[in-house]
Design a protein around this ligand. Structure first.
Ligand code: AHR
Length: 533
């Protein structure tokens, strides 16, 4: 028995004997054999697989990245410490301005002289938006942060015409109504925004302008057509189901694509993982939830391919997993109601160690599906369900910052088809047997390096892996980091910013084409090796 990347579990051994890696009470677990073959690469990794998201919500924009009154801000009002942190993190693409917010947003309110911009009531989060930060501020900020923009369009109260006008405002050089307006607003060069989301979660009854799949598919088609008249090079993402529990899950995606398949490049997936309703608080189940991301990806991809087949289309859509994270605590009541304030404290989820371990698992899932998923957005980036939290005097890193930053730092080249042989498993109700070990890998042909990303879901025991290098052997070890601890509920805060922080991992030992690694219980580790000589 073998499973790719620790996804599915081993079937029971028909001889009734213990499979490799299983244990008798008290004996040390056997090493789990993992085959790595640098020739078995999936498609090249799109850097945008590990993007993020900033919505006009709570303190993400105002007081988060933009705080003109702060002595930590520059002349534009951008918080310098936050900008530095995002730049160092190397976030490749950032979705903006929503989220639910975008479905009632009029982009023209946020451009032009700041003194003339209206204060408006955002009905998605019951918050007052001063519009002091808008499209031009975001595009200038993201350029400074070294990120590409992923702009969301209002297909709730907004029209296809106003979506196309925004493309004209952003991407046409001069000589037309909207491009000349941009110039009048002091931005001479076009921004050339390439990738756009055609609305947000339009299947959700909570969404401003919620409509049926057919209505949305027709509206998205019209918007896409008009936008392509302005700029035929755009990449467009249709709104897929907003989570796997929607009664219309997959049916929505199918119907939307029946309408707009020929006009779009991708469809969106969203999902937030919950350690309460979904798991009853059972950590072993929670740490297996990334496997439901693999499942969701394959289900949505199957729908895309079904519609493609029916249309006999040569075009294969890719997937944009443009909202994903753990989120279940700050999800109701005052945590989601802005009470008509500006920059209220909303969705300020405090993340603990086990949340970070699952985020590591979710990164593994994205990696092993990177032949289909080109954009992924950790939702969100600052203050709102975020890896980075700010106050008036600084910032700190939440636990989930670390696995996310490791994906950005170590995942290069292409994902590997990692083979975990006969993984020991445990049972979780409603799921296939779950492997204790979840491994993803990348191999970078540009410099010959290899990285492995290892989640140990075992809450009690360390696990030993024996890496069997096929093709290229192991080069010199260049990094070995781990996030672990005895208290799964431990979290960071301004008072204890380093309570959960990366440690140096036990050094793997290589002998010929075999490497032995031990990972501690409750851990997420990354190992990187240079080019083999
Ligand atoms: O990220 C928070 C919210 O979650 C977004 O506004 C919405 O798209 C999703 O439901």
């Amino acid at each position: 028995q073998a499973s790719v990347a620790g996804m599915a579990g081993a079937a029971p051994n028909i001889l009734g004997t213990l499979a490799l890696g299983q244990t008798t009470a008290g004996s040390a677990p056997q090493p789990i054999r993992v085959d790595i073959d640098s020739r078995r690469r999936l498609a090249p990794l799109d850097r945008n697989l590990f993007g993020s998201f900033l919505e006009h919500l709570g303190r993400a924009i105002y007081e988060g990245i933009y705080d003109p009154g702060s002595n930590l801000s520059d002349a534009n009002g951008f918080r310098k410490d936050v900008l530095d942190e995002v730049r160092k993190l190397g976030v490749p693409i950032i979705r903006y301005p929503g989220g639910n917010f975008v479905s009632g947003y009029h982009w023209q309110d946020g451009v032009g002289p700041k003194a003339d911009r209206p204060r408006v009531l955002d009905k998605a989060w019951n918050t007052t938006d001063t519009n002091q930060f808008g499209i031009n501020e975001f595009l200038a900020w993201s350029k400074l942060a070294g990120s590409q923009p992923l702009l969301g369009l209002n297909l709730g109260t907004g029209t296809p015409e106003s979506a196309a006008a925004l493309v004209e405002y952003c991407n046409i050089d001069k000589g037309t109504r909207w491009s000349d307006l941009r110039r009048k607003h002091g931005v001479a060069d076009p921004w050339n925004v390439k990738t756009w989301c055609l609305g947000n979660e339009m299947d959700g009854p909570w969404q401003i302008g919620h409509m049926s799949a057919t209505e949305y598919g027709e509206k998205a088609t019209d918007a896409a057509r008009q936008m392509h008249y302005v700029d035929p090079t755009l990449k467009l993402i249709a709104c897929g189901s907003s989570n796997t529990n929607m009664p219309t899950y997959l049916e929505w995606d199918r119907e939307v694509l029946e309408q707009c398949y020929d006009y779009v490049d991708a469809i969106s997936l969203h999902r937030y993982y919950d350690n309460s309703k979904e798991t009853g608080g059972a950590s072993s189940k929670f740490l297996a939830l990334n496997l439901t991301m693999d499942k969701q990806i394959s289900e949505v991809a199957a729908v895309c391919d079904m519609v493609r087949g029916r249309r006999r289309s040569p075009k294969k859509l890719w997937l944009s997993f443009d909202e994903w994270n753990v989120w279940y605590r700050a999800r109701s009541g005052p945590a989601v109601d802005g009470n008509k304030q500006t920059a209220p404290h909303l969705l300020e989820e405090v993340y603990n160690l086990e949340d970070a371990l699952l985020v590591g698992g979710l990164i593994n899932s994205l990696l092993r599906n990177s032949d289909r998923v080109r954009i992924g957005c950790l939702a969100q980036l600052i203050n709102v369900i975020a890896p980075i939290m700010t106050n008036a005097s600084g910032l700190y890193r939440q636990t989930i910052f670390y696995p996310y930053s490791w994906a950005l730092q170590y995942a290069h080249g292409a994902a590997l088809e990692v083979l975990v042989e006969t993984p020991p498993t445990y049972d979780v109700e409603g799921m296939d047997p779950v492997s204790y070990i979840d491994v993803a890998g990348t191999s970078n042909p540009a410099d010959g390096s290899t990285a492995l990303f290892v989640l140990n879901r075992d809450l009690a025991k360390p696990r030993q892996l024996e890496i069997n290098w096929e093709g290229q052997g192991a080069g010199q070890l260049v990094a070995a980091v781990v996030l672990t601890g005895t208290d799964l509920k431990a979290s960071n805060g301004f008072d204890a910013p380093q309570k959960v922080a990366p440690q140096v991992a036990d050094k793997p030992v290589t002998n010929g084409n075999r490497t032995k690694i031990e990972v501690p219980p409750r851990s997420y580790s990354v190992f990187q090796w240079g080019k083999a000589v």
